[in-house]
Ligand binder design. Sequence first.
Ligand code: COA
Length: 333
Amino acid sequence: MQRVRIVGTGSYVPQEVITNADLERLVDTSDEWIRSRTGVVERRRAAKDQATSDLALDAARAALAMAGRAVNDLDMIVVATITPDTYCPSAACWLQSKLGMTHGVAFDVNAACAGFIFGLSVCEQFIKTGSARTILFVASEVMTRTVNWSDRESCILWGDGAGAVILTADGEEDGSPLKHGILATNIYTDGTHGEKLQLPGGGSRTTPISHESVSADLHTLRMEGPDSFKIAVRTWSTACLETLEATGLSVADLRWHIPHQANLRMIEAVAKRMKLQMSKVYLTIHKYGNISSATVPITLDEVVRTGQVAPGDLLMLSAFGGGLAWGASLVRW
Ligand code: COA
């Protein structure tokens, strides 16, 4: 089996900033309520002519440049998204076209906000078994197009952006401890709670889109916020601890926990259950909000580009989202 290593990261967020004050003008809310209940101060919104693959393209180019790799070096493109440009072709195929890549394969992975961990796991399998050598993996979302702007409980949470990694084979496993690379990734789902976080419209259940489906708001996100909060804290922290346990490492060994940035109180509750101090948890929620699958790679890219991770540091990447789906990955940098 091949070892799998992250050799480049990149990210992109659109220019337009939506502040809590902007939302105060839209719904009955306040900057104070949003900050204290969610930790979000502002978020980004894609321009009208930007779709998911456009955001992904900028993140991908930055990751390729950091990795010193060209499009010709790639065997595969994987995109994690729940907001593809179109349902067919996939966002990954649009991205492949934008990169001018006429070889290899490209496809999407959908695990909602946990999409980065699921996509990482998929990419790992291809590289470990020798089916692919170098993969561009991007998580990209235009969440603001799925938002019900009159639902004050959820419209305050979401933003747009993309984060990318270049994954490559790093030599045969030989039983010696891994110096760099992905140590373990665990993914989990429980479809029986699917209704707690869903975008009901647009799929085969409701198409063709009708006046009725639009006026019933079926094409915007619905969330049972407090319920999904409770389930998330329990399952998410357990996934992190199980992933550490699988490698014989402990919370004390972590340099950073880079969790999905859904809600600051949720991140704090997960850290508390893990007995992890918040000084080891990297946060970007205040400036970007919840960008679904893209929050983890955008945050990872910030940690890397600001020089806050050194070779050999242990990083935990983790996420929870609709499905329900959740998971964690341990990376030796
Ligand atoms: N501004 C002001 N008041 C608001 C509000 C807003 N934007 N949204 C809700 N409220 C009100 C509610 O109407 C309620 O009022 P009431 O007590 O008079 O009925 C009160 O605030 C408390 O509502 P509640 O839903 O209990 O708040 P909460 O503390 O659970 O926060 C969420 C709501 C959505 C922020 C929170 O539950 C959450 O983030 N959940 C996780 C959701 C999530 O991210 N899940 C997926 C992970 S990817």
